[in-house]
Design a protein around this ligand. Sequence first.
Ligand SMILES: Cc1ncc(COP(=O)(O)O)c(C=O)c1O
Length: 384
Amino acid sequence: MSLHVETNLAHIQDFATQADEHGASHFPIYNTGTFDLKKQSGDRVYDYTRSGNPTREVLENLFTKVENGAGCVCTHTGIAAVGLLFETVLSAGSHVLVEADCYGGTFRLLKIFKEKYNVTVHFKNFLHLDELEDILANNRIDLILCESPTNPGLKIIDLEKIGELSKKYNSLFAVDNSLATFISQKPLDMGADFSLFSTTKYISGHGSVIAGAIVSKTKKLAQQIGFYANAHGRSQNPMDVFLISLGIPTLKIRMREHEKNAILLAKFLQNQSFIKKVTFPALKSHAQYELAKKQMDFIPGLFCADFISINLAEQFIEKTKIFGEKCSFGSPDSRVEIPAKISHATFSKAELEAIGISETTVRFSVGLENIEDLIDDIKQAVNV
Ligand SMILES: Cc1ncc(COP(=O)(O)O)c(C=O)c1O
């Protein structure tokens, strides 16, 4: 029987490779470094937790299922999943085609690969498909990488179209699915070879853990990722798997609430004289609104608002009592940050301008609080 994603998430314990002999309703945490080879029964042989661990396998089996993949590796951070992808598919002299609006940590990692391993990185706007095709036709591109929605520019990338291009030019295609998550969007069904994500964000949803995962479309790619994960020591520890598992069953209802609150807040801000522009794919004013609705079941509760001045943006952040000035997103508490100062501080002014971000842009990660409290807090912070 084919089950819906939320049913699988609610029954996370069923994804253990071997059923628990006591019928525990939550899977056990094997917080061990090693396993005694002589004392194991069955086909599965665990020897060392870096290479394999039954607790981590629960999450890896679940993510493989809900992303419609062939295998998964859970990593100790989200950026480790990005790093593991690069370590697996890139070599010295490789070419990568990347959406210019990408997470600051991914951007920094690509610069390192460029400087240390002579990797050529083509940063491009993935809305301009003709330009992408031109690059693909004139270079041997090993890897295409994007997020959708992008962060912080919140563009929606047509994943099916990029998937088609990747097949035409025989390039691997990876999607960072941290924002939408597998409850909303399935990159592997739209032509991607990898779906990777930071589980630090919406997937765990409580903000008390840092972790990530990468799901591969084919067994062959999954084996390659698994080999490098073991070689580079990228795998996640079992206690973190447990913490993530506590948030997983509620992912769908949280995403729905994040979306609902964010729409109400974005609409409120849109009508305020201290705001120049709100960029949010859930609003009809967004250029890719239709594609966003088609590609995702829920639009993640993350948007950007451009204030009329730097002073006012800073005053708001200083005086707000509910919105923490924190990077990251997907937690129950609402957060704000100025990307140019925090999450995307590695971008130059020109690079930020190219993705539509200025010094007055504030990124909102809308939490699960009561919407009236959020609006009242903004009013008192900007004195309206
Ligand atoms: C889109 C995206 N991908 C990857 C990461 C990295 O994840 P982590 O912070 O868990 O290492 C982040 C972190 O903010 C992110 O926003």
